[in-house]
Design a protein around this ligand. Structure first.
Ligand SMILES: [Zn+2]
Length: 353
């Protein structure tokens, strides 16, 4: 394992960020190159824990000569966000200086312009220098895995339809509960990587990208950071690397992915109609049917008629749930993966800002 460091000068005097990058060199020509990062949203740590245990396995494999494809790993991709604390609470999702989501505003370029990403970096603020160097590394790989987590959540992934169903091996290897099939071209990391591949010839969009994968994995909820879970997830990702030939392990055999693969249009974003104290009746992992009571919101505590009910708009699987119990009007309460398209029109791109 070789360790390099990306050094990012701060935008004010006296600040320097240091980002360790771990490299494993492959020994087989033609094996896929891998890029794995975690905690781009700086407080989302299940992936960082996974990577810690995966690297143990990779070092062992390296000693055995079993690394076939080059593997680049960034265990914690966002030192800038990790240092942001606002009145005692970590703010790892948005850059406080620019109010930009750390997982948006990645440059949408053609793969042929990859090296332009890191030309004249000093022209850009620290956050953009970080983003450009991350995506530059990712575009040197064939299989790109961006490890995030949701709030309270099952394990699921956003997978572009250009990679489906080939990528069902990743879902099977990690034992995902669900896959959400995306079609968008947002500026999120995963989609900016796919964009560069799709438009390798500018103006000529490739609809399918065989041999490639760029995916956002939501490794359950923010608090789902435990040694057994992380160890199992690391074994899961190892299995994926083995079936794709990036590492050599003949003992790995995957069963087919049996979970639901749901287009984003079929995701019901359950929102709070009014502000109040939310009392959930249903939890993640439960299947609901149309009309089931999901939550009661106490909108006027102590008053007669002081509550409203939130019900399931159609049948489906509860994939995520908000952890806050004070909800704002229109705040997200749940994502439900459903069999039919939602009647609520979705704006293109990501489900959340
Ligand atoms: Zn995230």
């Amino acid at each position: 394992m070789d360790i390099t460091e990306i050094v990012i000068e701060g935008d004010t005097a006296g600040i320097v960020w240091r980002l360790p990058v771990l490299h494993f060199a492959g020994n087989k020509a033609g094996a896929p190159k891998i890029y794995i990062q975690a905690a781009l949203h700086a407080g989302e740590l299940p992936g960082t824990a996974l990577i810690h245990f995966l690297c143990e396995r990779l070092r062992k494999a390296e000693a055995e000569g079993a690394i076939q494809g080059d593997i680049t790993v960034v265990p914690h991709a966002n030192p800038i966000g990790a240092a942001q604390s606002h009145f005692g609470e970590m703010q790892g999702r948005f850059d406080l200086g620019s109010r930009t989501n750390f997982n948006r505003d990645f440059p949408l370029i053609s793969l042929r312009d990859r090296d332009l990403l890191i030309e004249n970096l000093e022209r850009y603020p620290a956050v953009d220098r970080l983003k450009r160097q991350l995506i530059h590394m990712a575009l040197g790989a064939d299989l790109v895995i961006d490890l995030h987590c949701d709030d309270e959540s099952l394990q699921y992934a956003y997978i572009d339809e250009a990679f489906w169903p080939e990528a069902s091996d990743l879902a099977a290897a990690l034992k995902m509960d669900a896959v959400l099939l995306s079609d968008g071209e947002s500026s999120a990391f995963e989609e900016a990587v796919s964009f560069a591949w799709k438009y390798e010839v500018p103006g000529e969009k490739k609809a399918r990208l065989p041999g490639k994968l760029s995916v956002t994995v939501e490794l359950r909820g923010t608090r789902d950071v435990y040694p057994e879970m992380a160890t199992q997830d690391a074994e899961g990702l190892w299995r994926f690397l083995a079936v794709r030939g990036a590492v050599c392990d003949d003992s790995v055999h995957l069963a087919a992915f049996a979970g639901p693969a749901v287009p984003l249009d079929n995701v019901e974003m359950i929102r709070a109609p009014q502000a109040g104290t939310v009392l959930f009746h249903r939890n993640i992992g439960e299947r609901v049917v149309e009309g089931d009571r999901l939550a009661t919101i106490i909108t006027a505590p102590g008053m007669p008629d002081g509550t409203i009910e939130v019900r399931a708009p159609q049948d489906g699987l509860i994939v995520t749930r908000v952890s806050d119990r004070l909800v704002r009007r229109r705040g997200d309460l749940m994502k439900i993966g459903s069999d039919k398209p939602s009647s609520v029109v979705r704006k293109p791109g990501t489900l959340e800002d």
